[in-house]
Design a protein around this ligand. Structure first.
Ligand SMILES: Cc1ncc(COP(=O)(O)O)c(C=O)c1O
Length: 486
């Protein structure tokens, strides 16, 4: 067999190295197949007009890299499995693609381009009021590790494909039970589908329910994670004003268009923090029943209520099976767990399971097993009680700091719930200037402007406090008041 290889004798790269690279490339490009025999070192040296030791040196190098193997008494062969080309220290030269990204992308892909960056902002501030992070250092990691370890030791069944896209059934039983007790959600375990955090619920809902040009009603201001999923599906969004009782149903009634669904965060409206009042809940359910519209209820942090009695979830009050309920463990355990759940009306179970299966089959099983036991043995609700107390203190610290350093120059919005506050600061300065001034003294702030579809609001900021100690909270607000005075 002849190998069509050209060696450059004028190059400064040694001949054995050139030969090694050429053979490697030939193998990776598939021009030499696994188990194929190579010419003997003597013959190859002769045909290339180089010394035999150059070929031997090159073959030895390729053998040590796992491309070639010497079979005693038979010769040198290409290995059955060659190393991954990406592990190769000398990758094949990249070829510039001729595919035009913009004209090749689907409508979904094109929509994502116009949505812009979805990156979570990194906080490298001394004190960051970034929204969303729970106090993860209080999560009982040792205990969690034991629950994980127990299942790692005991079960190889965990390693196989799960039989059910909807998730580990005992976990669904625990969740149904918990939701019934704490949120007055009425469902069977079968109605619960374990998903990769609430974000996956929003994505599946958008893909299963929305077509291009459909209308969705959403709270204004509202949650970006939801809005982006709906826009990615080419839906139109109708912002619905939020008042002190939550989403204004009266406002919703004014619209003629048929909405596919209305997306709401009734326990703790995102981002204002208002709770949807009982009368508005009833009005919303009646409107949904009358207009045959689905309600998407995102109950992302309802566990954290301070003093107020929880209002039952819309799902539990609904008579017409028009509510899809979303919950998450991100705020109670930790966000990187990526476990949440959907509660869907019975008729929707098969289609959601199919969508979940097509998307990523099912959620990781080990964590589902551990979580089942963790909830079942009471640790889950104990942890919620403990964190509720901690967040209550942090929340008080934030409110007191605002009272002390800002007095009546701020209005604190929102009910007695959740792990963030929305605050209106009376100032003539634009939000960006405030953010820059705060950043200059090590305080990270988030303006609420981005949560509005019609952004004319200035001076509204979201203050996540869960991850900050009381002293840091006071310090942060003090610094903020000083830079705003200066
Ligand atoms: C309104 C809302 N829904 C859901 C979530 C939680 O998302 P996930 O469960 O994907 O972590 C958040 C988190 O910040 C949120 O603000």
């Amino acid at each position: 067999m002849d190998l069509a290889i050209h060696l450059d004798r004028t190059s400064t790269t040694p001949l054995y190295q050139q030969l090694t690279e050429k053979i490697r490339t030939v193998v990776l490009e598939g021009r030499l197949k696994p188990n194929q025999k190579l010419p003997s070192s003597r013959n190859l040296a002769k045909s290339l007009n180089i010394s035999r030791s150059t070929v031997t040196q090159s073959y030895e190098q390729l053998e040590s890299e796992g491309y070639l193997e010497t079979r005693r008494g038979s010769g040198t062969y290409i290995c059955q499995t060659v190393p991954d080309q990406w592990l190769n220290s000398q990758p094949i030269e990249p070829v510039t693609t001729k595919i035009d990204k913009d004209s090749t992308l689907s409508q979904f892909g094109t929509n994502l381009i116009s949505i812009g960056s979805l990156k979570v902002s990194e906080s490298d501030y001394e004190i960051s009021f970034r929204y969303g992070d729970p106090a993860v250092e209080y999560f009982p990691m040792q205990q969690w590790r034991k629950f994980l370890a127990r299942h790692c030791e005991n079960s190889t069944a965990l390693l196989n494909y799960a039989p059910d896209a909807a998730g580990h059934f005992p976990l669904r039983v625990e969740i149904a039970d918990y939701l019934g007790r704490s949120r007055a959600v009425r469902c069977t375990p079968e109605q619960i589908i374990i998903i990769n955090g609430s974000q996956q619920a929003l994505d599946l809902i958008a893909r299963l329910i929305l077509d291009s040009g459909d209308w969705v009603a959403m709270e204004e201001p509202g949650y970006l994670g939801a809005r982006h999923c709906f826009l990615a599906q080419s839906a139109y969004i109708q912002p619905i004003a939020v008042n002190s009782e939550g989403l204004s149903v009266e406002y919703l009634r004014n619209y003629r268009q048929k909405f596919k669904f209305v997306y709401v965060t009734p326990s703790h409206q995102f981002p204002t923090g208002v709770t949807l009042s009982l009368s508005q809940r009833i009005a919303l359910l009646q409107w949904a029943e009358k207009t045959d519209t689905l309600i998407i209820e995102d109950d992302y942090d309802s566990e954290y209520r301070y003093g107020e009695k929880p209002i039952p979830a819309l799902q539990g009050m609904d008579r017409s099976q028009s509510v899809i309920y979303i919950g998450t463990f991100s705020k109670i355990l930790f966000p990187s767990l990526r476990i949440g759940y959907l509660v869907v009306p019975p008729v929707w179970i098969p289609i959601f399971c199919k969508a979940k299966w097509l998307c990523d089959r099912f959620c990781p099983i080990l964590e589902q097993y551990a979580l089942t036991d963790w909830i079942g043995s009471g640790h889950f609700e104990r942890h919620i009680r403990r964190m509720r107390h901690l967040y209550h203190l942090r929340r008080q610290a934030l409110i007191q700091a605002f009272e002390k350093y800002f007095g009546d120059r701020v209005t604190i919005l929102g009910a007695n719930a959740g792990i963030h506050l929305m605050v209106k600061i009376q100032t003539a300065l634009p939000d960006n200037t405030i953010i820059q001034k705060a950043a200059a003294v090590g305080v990270g702030l988030i303006s609420a402007r981005r949560y509005y579809l019609q952004p004319q609001h200035q001076g509204e900021f979201i203050f996540g406090y869960a991850q900050l100690e009381e002293a840091q909270i006071e310090q942060g607000i003090k610094k903020l008041s000083q830079v705003l005075k200066s």
